[in-house]
Design a protein around this ligand. Structure first.
Ligand SMILES: [Zn+2]
Length: 307
């Protein structure tokens, strides 16, 4: 698997409001009709050989009441996981799926930021479906009493939903690791990595990796770029820091670089229909194609979430 130089100059998004979001229902409807003509690819090739299909989803927090774009209700989440399980997807951690691809349908559930609601609300649901997950941890925020806070979520501080910004502790992350989850790095302080100097970039990547390993006792081999903000310089630094897999959040799903692996972001507004479209093999195939870029103007017309 290639870990070579990125072909993308920069794929940046606000963390909860990723550029991959299609915010207007009309855009999704348009795509729905567009991809119907493509049809669903067969799940099995001729001769009965299973076609590899790995989908990597990016979640953040779960809450029944926090209407932040980065949040998902437990009801939606359970329905989404049940849908994947019903379609034959089996769970894997991010590193497992990227470094040792399975011949089966594989669903990788990832959570950025280490919100405590992941332990309290998501883990019990995933346990019922026997699916592990991967949490990407901004290590400077763990072990302190402070709320998670950086541009994009800081406006929730001081409001009725402030408690939602509580991070997990190292003991709680250890509990997840013991249950088969992967704990990866989300840098130390959650900066936009393309915006920091070389020294800071190296420090953010190596310090968070070392901190994870020190607290959990396991190798920390995976990374998620804050805000999905990555370019060739950041990818090279991640490789030097010793990561073997890194998760991005680009508008298109074209990359097959292990250090710039594309994820599908799932957000508050993803009801049943939008989720089904997002995980549909036909839509994901479209998002790997050049045709997807042609819809960029439409996405711009539709506007984006500003959470
Ligand atoms: Zn983040």
């Amino acid at each position: 698997m290639s870990t070579g130089t990125s072909t993308l100059t920069s794929t940046r998004s606000s963390d909860p409001a990723a550029d991959d979001e299609l915010d207007a229902e009309s855009v999704f409807t348009l795509f729905h009709y567009a991809v119907r003509s493509l049809g669903e690819p067969p799940s099995r090739a001729k001769g009965g050989t299973t076609v590899t299909d790995t989908i990597v989803l990016c979640y953040h927090a779960l809450s029944p009441t926090w209407e932040a774009n980065l949040s998902t209700t437990p009801e939606h989440f359970e329905r989404q996981i049940a849908l994947l399980a019903g379609r034959g997807y089996r769970g894997a951690t991010f590193t497992q799926a990227i470094s040792s691809p399975s011949a089966d349908r594989t669903a990788v559930i990832t959570f950025d930021d280490a919100f405590r609601s992941v332990l309290e609300l998501a883990q019990p649901i995933l346990e019922r479906f026997e699916m592990p997950a991967t949490v990407f941890v901004p290590t400077d925020s763990i072990g302190s009493e402070t709320r998670l806070c950086w541009p994009g979520i800081d406006h929730w501080l001081g409001g009725p939903h402030e408690r939602e910004l509580t991070p997990m502790s190292w003991d709680e992350l250890r509990t997840l690791a013991d249950a088969g989850w992967e704990i990866g790095s989300h840098t130390g302080s959650h900066p936009r990595l393309t915006q920091v100097d070389d020294e800071t970039l190296e420090d953010e990547l190596t310090r968070s990796k070392a901190t994870c390993e020190q607290h959990l006792g396991d190798p920390c081999t995976s990374l998620a770029y804050p805000y999905g903000d990555v370019d060739a310089r950041v990818v090279a630094a991640a490789k030097r820091a010793g990561y073997s897999a890194a998760a991005a959040l680009p508008p298109n799903l074209r990359s097959r670089d292990a250090l710039e692996w594309p994820r599908v972001g799932i957000y508050w507004t993803d009801g049943n229909r939008r989720f089904r479209l997002k995980v549909s093999p036909a839509v994901r195939r479209l998002r790997q194609s050049a045709a997807w870029d042609s819809f960029g103007a439409l996405r711009g017309l539709a506007g984006k979430h500003g959470d």
